[in-house]
Design a protein around this ligand. Structure first.
Ligand code: F6P
Length: 537
């Protein structure tokens, strides 16, 4: 297999350097350098990013930065921010960064400055959100809206649900928010349980307005509403659409006046700051939403302008490459020590894995090196009582991202001290472990010593911020967006298409009639035929 990265001088140097580093321990790296904790630390944008507990030296970082330079990261970043069509397989610009650009900026796509259009939609969203929050918007029978149900999937669900959960503290508690994504009818049935159609607003969120799951759920929602309100005119008071496809929105029966648009240059998984954020805006209000956009923009600017060796997303990305391509790591754990961030790892799964799960380069060549890692995680401390065992004593190397906040949103200081002590302790335990001598020193019986040894040398980053606010959430999301973009540039892959989701969808469309028409001849493999046969009964 050809490897398009082998001609890169930095890649070759990293291969040699890895031979020196692979057996170097974090214990020795820290004992050789009293300033290591400060050397590999960035404090910027209200984020303390500690990356000292990584199996790197100053030289590693220099070579990784050289790799990013050789791969043209600066030029590719400029191209993305300026609206060039870098999504070459779909011939599209990639401009989620424009969604949070301040009003005065000029960003051209196909000869049009897109920033005024973006702000026009934001203002319409704010007007609508305020009218729902104040009760001025009335349902068909004159009652105010008390429940909002977002129907969408993938990027049209994960961003909204993650942001709603993350920012619940700031949300309007007089309105109930629910999210329906799955085609599984249980999802819809539970989402509308105990809701009153007269007081319910459905937000149908779909970039394409063709997605099977979303359109099926939206049709079911329409029927659920009409079963009670029995008048098609009720749709206009209880349905809004977030989409790029006005024709299909109106064909569904939603008035174009109730549609909030966005553009083909917003990828689904990069869309939470487009109109797709409407449920978030209704929940937290337009001012908090603006703060969130400002946080995104701050991180966009940091990524665009900071030198690579002081650039948070760039360093995160390069560390990921170091572990995936040199140490053979296959997964990346994301461990927020903040319960409100419970859906953050799930959100990151689509962002990172739909973006970097590619086996060919932009030229269509097999990469020959590993690309995207599996992202996963749960909030601390729950994970500690579940899967941390494997991270500490298993046989796989799993880099961890710890995310924590100094100040809690609740008035329970003891809980916060315990929580943060645990986060800090986990990074320390992973890095330094416990040797057999130390275990013996505790008087442990010899037959148990090996079981109680922690090898250590397990890497982690810690992202410490002041408090979970809308702005800080924006910074965190944009940080991962730009990290995955950076990795895609180094790997030479397209982070903005998702062709790998197509095949299964096409095959499902073929199987649907085969499940429904029992006599239909089955021409799949024997396993697939059996499964269809079992369902048919
Ligand atoms: O599953 C693939 C995908 O295209 C995602 O990338 C996207 O976020 C999701 O489906 C939903 O798409 P849409 O917003 O068009 O309904």
């Amino acid at each position: 297999m050809t490897n398009p990265l082998t001609p890169s001088p930095a890649w070759k140097l990293l291969e040699e350097h890895f031979r020196e580093m692979k057996n170097t321990s974090l214990r020795s790296l820290f004992s050789e350098d009293n300033n290591r904790g400060e050397r590999f630390l960035i404090e910027n944008l209200g984020i303390l990013f500690d990356f000292s507990k990584h199996r790197i030296s100053t030289k590693t970082l220099e070579l990784l930065v050289q790799l990013a330079e050789e791969r043209g990261l600066a030029e590719k970043t400029r191209a993305m921010f300026s609206g060039e069509k870098i999504n070459i397989t779909e011939n599209r610009a990639v401009l989620h960064t424009a969604l949070r650009a301040p009003k005065g900026l000029v960003i051209m796509v196909d000869g049009i400055n897109v920033v005024p259009e973006i702000h026009e939609v934001l203002e319409r969203m704010a007007g609508f959100a305020n009218s729902i929050r104040s009760g001025a918007w009335k349902g068909f029978t004159g009652k105010p809206i008390r429940s909002v149900v977002n129907i969408g999937i993938g990027g049209s669900d994960l961003g909204p649900v993650m942001a709603y959960e993350a920012l619940k503290f700031y949300s309007d508690r007089n309105i109930t928010f629910r999210f329906v994504s799955n085609i599984d009818g249980n999802d819809f049935a539970e989402a509308v349980k105990n809701l009153d159609p007269e007081e319910t607003l459905f937000i149908v969120a779909s970039k394409t307005f063709t997605t099977l799951e979303t359109m099926t759920n939206a049709r079911t929602a329409r029927q659920w509403l009409l079963d009670k309100l029995a008048d098609d005119r009720a749709i206009a008071r209880h349905f809004v659409a977030l989409s790029t496809n006005e024709e299909l929105v109106t064909r569904f029966g939603i008035d174009a006046g109730n549609m909030f648009g966005f553009w083909d240059w917003v990828g689904g998984r990069y869309s939470m700051t487009s109109a797709i954020g409407l449920s978030t805006m209704i929940a937290i209000g337009p001012d908090n939403y603006s703060d969130m956009l400002a946080g995104f923009h701050e991180m966009d600017e940091h990524f665009r302008t900071a030198p690579f060796d002081r650039n948070i997303p760039v360093i995160m990305a390069l560390l990921g490459i170091w572990y995936i391509d040199f140490f053979g790591a296959q997964t990346q754990a994301v461990l927020p020590y903040e319960n409100y961030l419970k859906r953050f790892p799930a959100y990151l799964q689509q962002l990172t894995m739909e973006s970097a799960g590619k086996h060919v380069t932009l030229d269509g060549e097999n990469t020959g090196y590993d690309t995207g890692a599996v992202y996963w995680g749960e909030p601390g401390t729950n994970g500690q009582h579940s899967f941390y065992q494997l991270i500490h004593q298993g046989t796989m190397l799993i880099p961890c991202d710890f995310i924590g906040f100094r100040r809690a949103l609740h008035p329970l200081p003891l809980h916060q001290d315990y929580l943060i002590a645990n986060m800090i302790a986990q990074g320390e335990a992973l890095a330094f472990g416990k040797t057999a001598e130390e275990v013996r020193g505790e008087g442990v019986a010899e037959n148990l010593v090996a079981h109680k040894v922690f090898e250590g040398n397990r890497p982690s980053s810690t992202f410490f911020m002041e408090k979970l606010t809308p702005a800080n959430l924006g910074k965190l999301v944009a940080m991962y967006e730009h990290a995955v973009f950076t990795q895609s540039v180094v790997w030479g892959i397209n982070a903005f298409d998702q062709m790998g989701v197509e095949l299964g969808k096409v095959l499902a469309m073929k199987i649907i009639p085969e499940l429904q028409e029992k006599g239909k001849l089955l021409e799949h493999d024997s396993s697939t035929n059996n499964l269809i046969g079992y369902y048919r009964g």
